[in-house]
Design a protein around this ligand. Structure first.
Ligand code: BJ8
Length: 384
């Protein structure tokens, strides 16, 4: 077996990810099967029911971007370049050890990157409709989910029965409830967790594999935070300005945005990206007569800027601003992410309607603009 070179930035990764790197090797060497994925639209219950672990792939570090730019255009979203770069440079153990990768037709950059990624590692792309609104959209997506089920059955020589899918849905729902419970702890004044802790906890889900292990870790986190509250411990100052962070997936900017908000007297009370409460509160109807349909319907409902139109995201953020008593909204747009960038106008409009200060940050995974980001965030928090 080839010797793996771990990324130079290994130290900057959250502990869960580091631990995951090491666990994945043992898991695969002991006969486990692993599939890599990139997006919240990936129907995780199918992999659980097939007895295959599914893991979020590396796409959150600046390190492989220079190499990725040898193949991909420079003016592409850092998440896409980083995801491809880790595979291209063979530095992501998850990509290296997974049997194949599952992608979705979300934004144009990712969709086209998958064609190139497929040359490095088999990449199976689910054809996601561009909108949830057409009457046939649910049927198209159901068909895609059914094809994926067939692929998994054929590849792994297993039968994905309704019972297995129901069991998987039950377990995933349980995990989602713990995640939501954890997020809701930020609703108190002061909130229970620091910004970086909220972001790292969310990231942890991506880098863990095995739904039971993930559920156990979220439950342990909820219990420990509640115990700390009961002891009267406060992780955050009551004066910290309450920020809702929305926009693109934020795992790649934990330091640049999360830690900077914290350092400048703010706290993220609601992490409003697609891995946060907006998506996790959507449960699969475990008792639906057609469980595969219930799974496909649940995933298609996810609100992402790649959908047209996408009012659900804005309306959900409106609710979250109130629920978490946010004093300001920061929208983080990764460079060249056209869908979130264009949609930011609607987010800003909603914030104006609610009378809540809004700021958009366009950034990438490099540190070249860290000073500028800090200056802007500090000024924004100061003004709240
Ligand atoms: S459900 S947010 S994970 S598509 S890659 S759209 S940042 S230009 S990641 Fe996403 Fe699924 Fe939606 Fe969530 Fe923009 Fe970059 Fe595209 Fe991105």
């Amino acid at each position: 077996m080839k010797i793996l070179e771990l990324p130079k930035s290994f130290d900057e990764f959250v502990d869960a990810r580091k631990a995951g790197f090491i666990r994945v090797k043992d898991y695969v060497q002991n006969g486990g099967h692993l599939v890599g994925m990139f997006c919240s639209y990936t129907p995780l219950e199918l992999f659980d029911a097939a007895g295959v672990a599914v893991v979020g792939l590396c796409g959150t570090s600046n390190e492989p971007i220079e190499d990725a730019e040898k193949v991909l255009p420079k003016n592409l979203c850092p998440l896409i370049k980083s995801s491809y770069g880790f595979a291209y440079t063979d530095k992501c153990p998850y990509t290296y050890f997974c049997d194949f990768i599952v992608g979705e037709t979300t934004c144009d950059g990712k969709k086209k990157m998958f064609e190139l990624l497929n040359e490095i590692k088999e990449t199976y792309v689910l054809h996601l409709p561009q909108s949830q609104q057409r009457a046939y959209a649910k049927d198209i997506w159901y068909e895609e989910i059914r094809l994926l089920k067939e692929k998994l059955e054929e590849k792994y020589g297993v039968e994905i029965t309704d019972e297995k899918l129901r069991e998987a849905a039950r377990k995933r729902n349980e995990m989602r409830k713990y995640m939501c419970e954890l997020y809701s702890l930020q609703g108190t004044v002061p909130p229970a967790l620091k910004s970086t802790e909220v972001m790292a906890t969310l990231a942890q889900g991506m880098f863990n594999f095995g739904v039971e292990a993930q559920t156990a870790s979220y439950k342990a986190k909820v219990d420990s935070v509640k115990a700390a509250i009961a002891r009267g411990e406060q992780a955050v100052s009551p004066d910290a300005k309450r920020i809702l962070l929305t926009g693109c997936p934020s795992t790649g900017v934990i330091q640049k945005v999360g830690a900077t908000i914290e350092k400048n007297g703010g706290v993220i009370v609601c992490l409003d990206d697609c891995g946060g409460e907006r998506t996790q509160k959507m449960l699969v109807d475990e008792d639906a007569p057609d469980i595969l349909r219930a799974i496909s319907d649940r995933y298609l409902e996810i609100h992402c800027s790649v959908m047209t139109t996408n009012e659900g995201r804005i309306e959900n953020t409106r609710e979250m601003v109130k629920k978490y008593k946010a004093e300001g909204v920061v929208e983080m747009v990764l460079q060249a992410c056209h869908t979130f960038n264009v949609e930011s106008t609607l987010m800003q409009k909603m914030c104006q309607e609610e009378g809540i200060p809004y700021m958009k940050l366009e950034t990438d995974y490099s540190t070249s603009d860290s000073g500028q980001i800090e200056t802007r965030l500090a000024a924004f928090i100061e003004m709240l």
